[in-house]
Design a protein. Structure first.
Length: 182
């Protein structure tokens, strides 16, 4: 998080979008759709498994450096779940056996590449959204992306408590006043 700021993320999204366009054109529409689907699956599953992973790491080591492991655990889960899709595309090379008509192939490939790039960007931001320094380092990005992450169904979009820490107990309601006998 030392070098990450809003300008770096702006450059990253532009680079990812250009890379998505190139990947969609080079790999073909089926492969780009497959990668976008794999990125989406990794994005959604990492959000569900992230807190459990950090809690397990913290149970093994109570002095765990959460500032490092919060984004690292999400990023490793996200990339670990995306990796089978990438390996499948590289192994099967579907462009050789499947392609749409010429104009549709390029359009669908480009759109799927852009979708994959957007999900990769959202995954990177989601990995850093729980970091304690994020509101100071990437405030504009967080303001722009948090509503989108919430609408997409992501659970962990704001730091509410440190993961693995015991939940704060709610104060019991005050006792009801005793009724007077008449």
């Amino acid at each position: 998080m030392t070098y990450l700021n809003d300008w770096m993320l702006l450059g990253l999204i532009v680079g990812l979008m250009c890379g998505g366009l190139v990947a969609g054109r080079y790999l073909g529409s089926l492969a780009a759709c497959w990668l976008a689907g794999g990125a989406w699956l990794g994005f959604r599953l990492a959000d569900r498994l992230w807190k459990l992973a950090v809690m397990e790491l913290r149970a093994d080591n109570p002095q765990l450096d959460l500032v490092f492991w919060i984004p690292a655990s999400y990023g490793l889960l996200f990339l670990g779940l995306l990796l089978p899709s990438v390996l499948g595309v590289l192994w099967l090379r579907p462009r050789k056996t499947f392609s749409l008509p010429d104009s549709w192939e390029d359009l669908v490939g480009a759109l799927a590449g852009l979708a994959c790039a957007l999900v990769l960007f959202l995954g990177l931001v989601q990995a850093h959204v729980m970091h304690p320094d994020a509101p100071k380092k990437i405030p504009v990005t967080l303001d722009a992306v948090r509503p989108l992450l919430s609408k997409l169904g992501q659970i962990h979009t704001a730091p509410n408590a440190q993961p693995g820490a015991p939940a704060k107990a709610e104060a019991p309601p005050p006792p009801a006043p005793a009724a007077r006998p008449r």
